[in-house]
Write a protein that binds this ligand. Structure first.
Ligand code: IMP
Ligand code: MG
Length: 175
């Protein structure tokens, strides 16, 4: 059991299970895009740990970039999507592999994907380490999912609760 701010969290997905899944997804991406020179596009901040691991499971030439948007306030998803670092023209004609930490309401992707497509990528492949059941209420493409979890707030392995918990090795859920 661990405490972050006012909340208590308990062990949920252990490090070995994360590593196994990251290895499997990396292998799938390699098979599909080995000769495509893909551009890995990480959604900051939450995806930075997953991104660091997944690119090292990719066996081929690739480039790495990040974007940063936020819609979250504490443990709640909000309606607006604020851009901090947007997507630039370098995605044009590229195979883009978008790396997300978690898709919850799906609002971030629903708003971000049209912006990405408007820059003219050749292909967009969406990868999310985690999804919640609510993620599938919208018609959003998610091509690779690490773990489908229940509707519970989680931290660790890059995911935070109001800024903290990102450095935890494993994933913990709110009690
Ligand atoms: P969505 O727009 O509701 O799909 O939320 C996407 C973003 O909210 C994710 O990229 C996370 O940064 C954040 N988020 C959603 N659920 C959680 C959670 O359980 N823990 C930590 N962050 C979360
Ligand atoms: Mg976040």
């Amino acid at each position: 059991m661990i405490k972050i701010h006012d909340l208590e969290f308990e062990a949920f997905i252990d490090r070995d299970d994360i590593d196994d899944r990251v290895g499997e997804i990396g292998y799938e991406l390699t098979r599909k895009f080995e000769f495509e020179n893909p551009l890995f596009l990480g959604m900051l901040s939450g995806a930075f740990v997953f991104m660091a691991d997944i690119i090292r499971e990719f066996d081929g030439d690739c480039e790495v970039q990040f974007v940063k948007y936020y819609s979250y306030d504490g443990t709640k998803s909000t309606d607006s999507l604020n851009e901090v670092i947007g997507v630039d023209d370098s995605v044009k004609d590229r195979t883009v592999i978008l790396i997300e930490d978690i898709v919850d309401s799906g609002k971030t992707l629903q708003k971000f994907l049209p912006q990405l497509y408007s820059k003219g990528p050749k292909h967009v492949e969406v990868v999310s380490l985690l999804t919640k059941p609510t993620a599938f209420q919208h018609d959003i493409q998610i091509d690779h999912v690490g773990f489908e979890i229940e509707d519970v707030f989680v931290v660790g392995y890059g995911l935070d609760y109001n800024g903290y918990g990102r450095n935890l090795q494993a994933i913990y859920k709110k009690r």
